[in-house]
Write a protein that binds this ligand. Structure first.
Ligand code: FES
Ligand SMILES: [Fe+2]
Length: 379
């Protein structure tokens, strides 16, 4: 993020602090409850996901030739590889013989080929079928004509994006509204540390929405991160189809009256980018957390987190430092997810036909408006 933009955002925060206000929209609004519950809605959203660039990893997870990782949360089993020549590839992780999951583990490094655990059909990291045991039984000679099914994959901003079906936006057009701001954080120069994934009993939209406002900090995070932040002060701006939110820390007040050249936003605020539909990039003072919320069912979400740090810890002390940071974040996420699961079961009760959004909960409004528009006006 350019320094001028950081200064502008800090001024906006300081102005709100002086005035005792926060960034708000004109009016409160409502969101219907049904889209959090309906199976047909879940299906429609999953179809929408298939046409959008989906974040499935970080470039450091495929740093060396032979590195591979798998990803199952899009609903389509994926195998991502770095080939011997350094090319990034992605395939359906499905054997072309009878459909077995070719690579069951989450990640690894393999110089040799991938051998299907069922009958031993063997593929290389370019997807080519190299060997078929007893191929005389297949007069069509599959080893000459069959390969793993390719999935388009791209590396942008140090992140790995796949698109499961054609017909949607290309990844550059899609990321354009946030690309310049995000590029400044150099995510491509980080390494992904301790990837985690948790399954939660809530709709994926709730898993995103709980991060889009600062209204809950004082209550949901009273004992954890709230002491660092203000009560309900934030900036939430649409960068359509994405959103940028700034949640200032109390330390930001110390900048007032100091020379602007020394102002650094990430030291005094959490900078959150919600990339449509299901990505949360949280920029903190010295690292960045990248999370994705994948719908696994109307009320089941897989929430994955990569902690991007400048370099792998070389000492015990450094490892402890990052461990502590990860624990703080995941602790706060657990607090958020507990609220989210509580919301999900509450909505299922039928108590509310709609939920109410305050004027400072506009992030949820922007997110839902974008989703509705892309689903073709359904709600
Ligand atoms: S299903 Fe893979 S070799 Fe038979
Ligand atoms: Fe939270």
């Amino acid at each position: 993020m350019e320094h001028g933009k950081q200064v502008e955002l800090i001024h906006r925060v300081l102005e709100h602090l002086r005035a005792g206000t926060t960034h708000m929209v004109e009016d409160e609004s409502r969101l219907p409850v049904a889209p959090y519950l309906q199976p047909e809605r879940f299906e429609a959203e999953r179809r929408l996901f298939r046409k959008l660039p989906l974040l499935v990893g970080h470039v450091s997870q495929l740093a060396e030739p032979g590195d591979y990782c798998t990803h199952n949360a899009t609903g389509t089993p994926l195998l991502l590889c770095r080939t011997a020549s350094g090319e990034l590839t992605c395939f359906l992780n499905v054997c072309r013989h009878r459909g077995t999951r070719l690579v069951p583990e989450e990640q690894g490094r393999r110089k040799q080929a991938f051998v299907c655990p069922y009958h031993g059909w063997t593929y290389d990291s370019t997807g080519r079928l190299r060997a078929v045991p007893d191929e005389a039984g297949f007069p069509s000679r599959p080893s000459e004509s069959v390969g793993l099914v390719r999935v388009p994959v791209a590396e942008r901003l140090g992140l790995l994006w796949v698109t499961l079906e054609p017909g949607g936006p290309d990844v550059d057009t899609f990321l354009a509204p946030v690309a310049a701001e995000l590029a400044g954080f150099g995510l491509d120069k980080h390494v992904a540390y301790q990837p985690s994934r948790i399954e939660k009993k809530l709709n994926w939209k709730i898993a995103i929405e709980i991060f889009l406002e600062a209204y809950h900090l004082k209550y949901a995070h009273r004992e954890s991160i709230y002491p660092l932040f203000f009560n309900n002060v934030g900036l939430v701006d649409p960068l359509r189809p994405h959103i940028r939110a700034i949640f200032p820390k109390r330390s930001i007040e110390s900048l007032a009256g100091t020379p602007e050249q020394g102002w650094e936003l990430r030291k005094h605020a959490n900078i959150l980018f919600q990339l449509f539909p299901n990505v949360l990039i949280l920029v903190q003072p010295d690292h960045v957390s990248v999370s994705t919320a994948f719908p696994m069912g109307p009320d089941v979400t897989e929430y994955r987190t990569l902690t991007l740090i400048p370099e792998l810890p070389a000492t015990e002390k450094a490892a402890r430092y990052w461990q502590k940071n990860i624990e703080i974040l995941l602790g706060a996420v657990q607090e958020d997810m507990a609220m989210g699961e509580s919301i999900q079961s509450g909505l299922r009760s039928g108590a509310n036909e709609f939920v109410r959004l305050g004027r400072f909960e506009q992030g949820l409004r922007y997110f839902r408006d974008e989703l509705e528009a892309r689903l073709g006006g359904r709600s």
